[in-house]
Design a protein around this ligand. Structure first.
Ligand SMILES: [Zn+2]
Length: 204
């Protein structure tokens, strides 16, 4: 999925340079606001799709600007450490798929659950893994132990993938529906103008 960013939209009001994020100007070190949204902090739109390489590059550029430019300026010395701390926390959150999923879930108005709806089936799966692990450890079967751990890792990966698929579908349908609504709205506006003109022509 294409990564939406705000590059080119934001410019520094102090030096005029383009800004990759609302938080700091990488040219002059001016700190603007520290957005509470982890994605906004990096100049990204909220999405399941996070490109770790590009996130790291942004993190590197922004935190370096805070440390090397803002921190050396009297007016931003205090704010710079606040900004670095916010960047650190947001980076951790965005790179951890479970944290990222939790964040997106909440932002879509979802409520986190302790257990999945398919509770029984899930508990059975967990119990089976637990039993296999205990048995392999008791028997000192290292190959079996490694296989059980691998199985649990695969379950983790597929649960993360399922969450990602849901968010991706949600984002796609959101984009499509917003576009459909914009289209319908354009028609509605044209029709309203038309109806108004016709009514005026009728002398009403
Ligand atoms: Zn600047």
């Amino acid at each position: 999925m294409a990564e939406a960013d705000l590059s080119g939209v934001l410019t520094c009001t102090d030096c005029g340079a383009a800004r990759i994020s609302p938080v700091v100007c990488t040219e002059c070190g001016t700190i603007f606001e520290i957005p509470s949204d982890a994605f906004a902090l990096f100049g990204l739109t909220r999405s399941w799709a996070v490109n770790p390489t590009s996130l790291e590059a942004r993190y590197e550029a922004l935190s370096r600007a805070c440390r090397e430019k803002s921190a050396t300026r009297q007016d931003f010395r205090e704010k710079s450490s606040e900004a670095v701390a916010a960047l650190d926390a947001a980076r951790r959150l965005l790179l951890d798929p479970v944290e990222r999923a939790q964040y997106l879930l909440t932002s879509y108005g979802g409520v986190a659950r302790d257990k999945p709806v398919r509770k029984r089936e899930f508990q059975t799966e967990v119990m089976e893994i637990d039993q296999a692990f205990t048995k392999a450890r008791r028997e000192g079967d290292t190959a079996r132990l490694a296989a059980v751990v691998l199985e649990a890792e695969e379950k983790l990966a597929s649960a993360i993938m399922a969450a990602g698929q849901s968010f991706t579908r949600l984002e796609r349908s959101l984009v499509e529906e917003v576009s459909a609504a914009a289209d319908a709205l354009a028609e509605a506006r044209l029709w309203r103008r038309k109806v108004d003109e016709m009514r005026a022509g009728l002398g009403r």
